[in-house]
Design a binder for this molecule. Structure first.
Ligand code: ADP
Length: 366
């Protein structure tokens, strides 16, 4: 048991001083009394003072020190994870009792929060397992469907070539080709999501990567009144996988085009501070409703009739594989802004195991 002399001394010292002062006064008042009688009276008074101090010490030990020692033990138990610890003096009807009640309440709240967290964690774990199984199934199915679909696409292409130019079936075959391509795109995306390829992250010119992507995306809007502009900022070499980064930016650009009805603008900018490089894609499209904003990075969340809902979750994963992140800001009716942040220091963890050159066989999403 620890001995806390400090507070006991502080509590008893004033009392002892008052008693000593009393003794001194007593001595002064009894100056007239005969010596033997005076000594007796003095001894009696000193004995009384000592007894009062002793009773005070015992009372302090029982009323204050004991609960404090118990409190300190229970805190130690809480620190080691026992959230069922509680103090026994919480029934007392004084300040110490109120301290005990507060402590017991605090530990109970901690226990309830921990139980709630454990419950949420368990639900999420079983959901994650469930999703992983579903993902495996979906990926397996996509893989099975992909090869026969490639056969169908080839056959339809031959049919299209062999049909006479005047044939009314040409339009139908064209529709079939377009739909087959769309399904191929979705399957590729699903497979890429379920079984991502290793990244080849190395220092390179991020402006060149973004510019190539912007030029590629420009082909999609040749017939639309959308202004696509690129403002490159000054950047040091940025560690990135060029194909994956192109894919990420292309996802953002295609989403931006699709968010614009009629006329609009899409601005792509790059810049860097001491720690990270940024690619900003801003559009003047219809924006994102606040209730959708919380979900847009979730796999399969889409508000489009023909969307897969995988573009942004893939994009976020690509940014995270680079040790970076994607942030979004949007105002319905005014437009959206996506910012991709990449660290300027090479993300060593990712670099370690992924230096194999991943051939990107992906088709564009739409
Ligand atoms: P998809 O494009 O297949 O729907 P994404 O994951 O790329 O899947 O996007 C998810 C959703 O986020 C979209 O359906 C859309 O509602 C919203 N979204 C993404 N980018 C934008 C944007 N620039 N403007 C408005 N909404 C957007």
């Amino acid at each position: 048991m620890r001995f806390h002399a400090g507070w006991r001394l502080k509590a008893v010292l004033p009392v002892a001083l008052i008693l000593l002062a009393g003794l001194a006064i007593f001595e002064f008042v009894t100056l007239e009394v005969e010596a033997p009688q005076r000594v007796q009276l003095l001894a009696l008074a000193a004995g009384g003072a000592l007894a009062i101090c002793a009773v005070l010490l015992v009372a302090l030990a029982v009323l204050i020190q004991r609960p404090l020692v118990e409190l300190s033990r229970r805190m130690e138990e809480v620190r080691t994870g026992d959230l069922y610890a509680h103090v026994s003096f919480s029934q007392r009807d004084d300040d110490i009792g109120s301290l005990g009640r507060d402590f017991n309440d605090m530990v109970r709240q901690l226990r309830e929060s921990r139980d709630e967290l454990q419950r949420i964690h368990q639900t999420q774990m079983s959901r994650a397992e469930h999703l992983a199984t579903l993902g495996e199934l979906a990926a397996g199915l996509a893989h099975e469907v992909r090869n026969p679909l490639a056969g169908i696409a080839g056959a339809v292409d031959i049919l299209a070539r062999e049909l006479p130019a005047s044939s009314p079936s040409r339009a139908i075959v064209g529709d079939v080709q377009q739909e087959v391509r769309r399904i191929q795109g979705t399957l590729n995306e699903l497979l890429e999501y379920a079984r991502p390829k290793p990244f080849d992250i190395r220092p390179a010119d991020l402006n060149a990567t973004v510019e190539q992507t912007v030029n590629l995306a420009r082909q999609q809007i040749t017939t639309r009144p959308i202004q696509l502009r690129f403002h490159p900022g000054s950047l040091p070499p940025v560690s990135h996988d060029r194909l994956q980064m192109q894919r990420l930016i292309l996802n953002l650009l295609l989403n931006a085009f699709q968010a614009i009805d009629g006329k609009g603008e899409v601005l792509v900018e790059t810049n860097a501070d001491g720690q990270s490089a940024r690619v900003r894609v801003r559009d003047t499209g219809r924006g994102i409703a606040p209730e959708a904003l919380a979900n847009i990075f979730r796999p399969f969340f889409t508000t489009k009739r023909q969307g897969t809902g995988l573009g942004l979750s893939l994009s976020r994963r690509i940014a995270e594989q680079h040790g970076g992140a994607i942030e979004v800001r949007s105002k319905p009716g005014e437009g959206s802004e996506f910012v991709v942040r990449l660290p300027l220091a090479a993300p060593e963890l990712q670099m370690a195991g992924v230096n194999r050159n991943g051939q990107d066989e992906s088709s564009h999403r739409r």
